[in-house]
Write a protein that binds this ligand. Sequence first.
Ligand code: ATP
Ligand code: PAF
Ligand code: BAL
Length: 354
Amino acid sequence: MASCSSSSPSGSRFEKIPSTSIRVLRSVESVRRWRRPHTIDQRTVGLVPTMGALHEGHLSLIRAAARENHHVVVSIYVNPAQFGIAEDLGSYPVTWAADTAVLAALDRELADDGANLGRISAVFAPTTADMYPAGFPGQAVGSKGSFVTITPVGEVLEGASRPTFFRGVATVCMKLFNIVQPERVYFGQKDVQQTVVIRSLVRDFMLPIEVVVGPTTRAVDGLALSSRNVYLGTRRRAVATVLHRTLSAAESAYAGGARDRETVLGAAKKATEHVLSEQMALAPEKRVRFEVDYLSLADPSTMEELAIVDPEKGSILSGAIRMLPVEAPQEGEDLGHSGGPAVRLIDNIIIQPS
Ligand SMILES: Nc1ncnc2c1ncn2[C@@H]1O[C@H](COP(=O)(O)OP(=O)(O)OP(=O)(O)O)[C@@H](O)[C@H]1O
Ligand SMILES: CC(C)(CO)[C@@H](O)C(=O)[O-]
Ligand code: BAL
């Protein structure tokens, strides 16, 4: 494990990422002890919640947090409560050594950039026993326990496909916010419905926190970076841009003057069907099959489906697709992390209010 203990001036021993001043905090109590003096000194704390397997999308949020806060805390915790029973909790990428190396390099970059107010002060990496002190309540829809639910926004789209997802996210974020007590929290637009749920949580429970949403970081071909992209393998990775191309087609229809759902989403469906028919014309050992889970044109503050876009309010175009396991895998073919099960990808484009 790439972390070590080093002596503080007071002689107490703290775990740190090697060659950095980044503390590794593993318990709720250790975060509270670290946080207390910064409250007294009125030093601001920005929290970037993650599930690890860090990529440039996460780093963009950390950079934003360092510009605006004296201290940045990055949490790394794969929260079991937001995974459905049949989902990928068991194979979710866990890359602690790489993550701490990436954070160390980013912290050096932040130190060299005079425009930053702060740097990465701590990584919070709790255990499930710490996060669920009464015992983990389970992943089932009917699990009993202390949960935060944000409805109706958490029930549609991602919430319809993943019925325990936003209950798990809202619950763990409430815990993280109460533990770290940040002035600001940073979330990515890539998970746009999650940002609407978090804004509702903060508003409805009167949390004294500012929610900052960073833009989606993309690969050069347009694919939104995501920790789950490692599941794709080479063949599906080449076609995975279909969702971004689909949403871009809908955005172009809007830019061309369309305001009604049928025309805007019709352009998206046409784009998807075109890519699918191209793929189906290929031989089984070459092609990639996918299924559209949903394509949505929704209100930006409620995620309710829209019949017509009001340009003064704007809207959110979003979608989810399932990239199916490849057919006729070839000898030595890269099938992706965990051998190529179906991979669910999400993406969105915000149509800004005019
Ligand atoms: N491409 C991206 N651009 C900007 N922010 C991102 C991007 N991908 C993820 N984030 C944000 O990083 C935070 C932590 O996300 P998480 O650790 O789940 O990574 P992820 O790549 O979204 O993983 P997953 O593949 O499980 O969805 C969330 O706020 C998420 O929206
Ligand atoms: C916000 C979050 C860290 C909660 O576990 C997770 O949903 C994520 O990584 O987007
Ligand atoms: N980035 C969202 C976390 C999840 O899909 O579980």
